[in-house]
Ligand binder design. Structure first.
Ligand SMILES: *Cc1c(COP(=O)(O)O)cnc(C)c1O
Length: 360
């Protein structure tokens, strides 16, 4: 039986994008960020086909445990670290590296017996003011962790960039300087660059970098398209036309009658909606590809369906392929229309949409 909608995941594009990370930062080791089900692409299949990445980064301990249960043996960094004793025990048991970003986590480390040394990364707040220790607290903390036999050496120092997608924001070089200044004798390992940092800020290309969105082929830089950056889209979100209607001038389409036909026109209905993760805020005009050619959405997005203006494609027929994003229609462009970012669109594709893995 034919299944639609589908998210077709192209693993050769994924590996191409990892190769691009390597070209930008040849001296760094790479944590491929696979949190949030690999930005909606499927965490275990993505982690498996990114075997060339030196390590994997996830947000939560539970995600790291799932990777280990899938027999993935590479280093795994948990970006939010562990807060509770059972999480710490699981992290130790599975050999996960942990970020520590606040004092309770350090206290927890000290409380539990060092059965097996743990890799620890101090998360430093260099200006994002979300997570992390103030740089002034770091020297003492380093001294404590250096003396703790339960902590593997060297300790890592990491920070996250708040605004690296704006290549002109002076905050980013300042954040890089603040982290680097904590290790004048080069005794520790540093990690700064996310995708935007890797592409736009050489100072963020540290021992380890942490690319996420660029691996999936979306642009992390507001002003530059994925194609300009030579990234290849990994996900193609596709469905089918399930109806083609001939509507009359003045007919109102969909919930709220939000679109009024300006003339007699063909309107297609495609089987995808916000119940599949297609953004409900996508407005009239949002592009789609029907049979490989551009058309656009009209009216409100429903749970299971969207309506399409087919005036430019009058030969369209029931069963035709409809692509919501992918090759030929960047997810970045759809995100812009929907008033959001590609990260959100990719992450929010629901489990109802079958993932189809190509070239794994
Ligand atoms: C999600 C995340 C990343 C990856 O960011 P991208 O913008 O997707 O490259 C890197 N580091 C941390 C701490 C993150 O939370």
């Amino acid at each position: 039986m034919r299944v639609y909608p589908q998210a077709v995941i192209d693993h050769s594009a994924l590996r191409h994008n990892l190769g691009l990370v390597r070209r930008h930062t040849p001296d760094s080791r790479v944590w491929a960020v696979v949190k949030a089900d690999a930005y909606g692409h499927g965490m275990v299949p993505v982690a498996t086909s990114l075997a060339a990445a030196d390590g994997l980064a996830v947000a939560r301990v539970e995600e790291g445990v799932r990777l280990r249960e899938a027999e993935i043996a590479r280093p795994i960094l948990v970006l939010e670290g562990a807060l509770f004793a059972d999480e710490l025990a699981a992290a130790r048991g599975h050999g996960l590296a942990l970020a520590v970003h606040q004092p309770d986590q350090v206290a927890l480390l000290a409380q539990t017996p060092p059965a097996r040394p743990l890799r620890v990364w101090i998360k430093v707040d260099t200006g994002m003011h979300r997570l992390g220790f103030d740089p002034r607290e770091v020297p003492d903390l380093l001294a404590r962790l250096d003396a703790d036999p339960g902590v593997e050496k060297p300790v890592g120092l990491m920070t996250h960039l708040a605004n690296a997608d704006d290549v002109h924001d002076p905050l980013t070089p300042r954040q890089c300087d603040r982290l680097r200044a904590l290790d004048p004798a080069a005794r520790y390992e540093l990690s700064i660059g996310n995708s935007a940092g890797i592409l736009a800020f050489p100072a963020s290309r540290t021992h380890w970098v942490r690319p996420g969105i660029m691996l999936y082929g979306a642009s992390p830089l507001g002003r530059r398209t994925a194609a300009e950056l030579k990234l290849r889209p990994v996900m193609r979100l596709a469905t089918r036309l399930i109806a083609v209607r001939s509507l009359r001038r003045g007919d109102r389409v969909g919930y709220g009658g939000a679109y009024v036909c300006p003339e007699d026109m063909p309107v297609g209905v495609a089987a995808i909606g916000y119940g599949d993760g297609y953004p409900r805020h996508a407005p009239t005009g949002t592009p789609v590809l029907v049979g490989g050619r551009r058309a656009s959405l009209v009216g409100r997005v429903s749970m299971d369906m969207i309506s399409l203006d087919l005036r430019g494609l009058p030969e369209s027929a029931v069963g035709d392929s409809v692509i919501l994003w992918g090759e030929g229609l960047p997810v970045d462009e759809v995100a812009e229309w929907a008033g959001t970012i590609p990260y959100e669109l990719l992450c929010q594709v629901t489990p109802r949409v079958r993932r189809e893995h190509r070239n794994p």
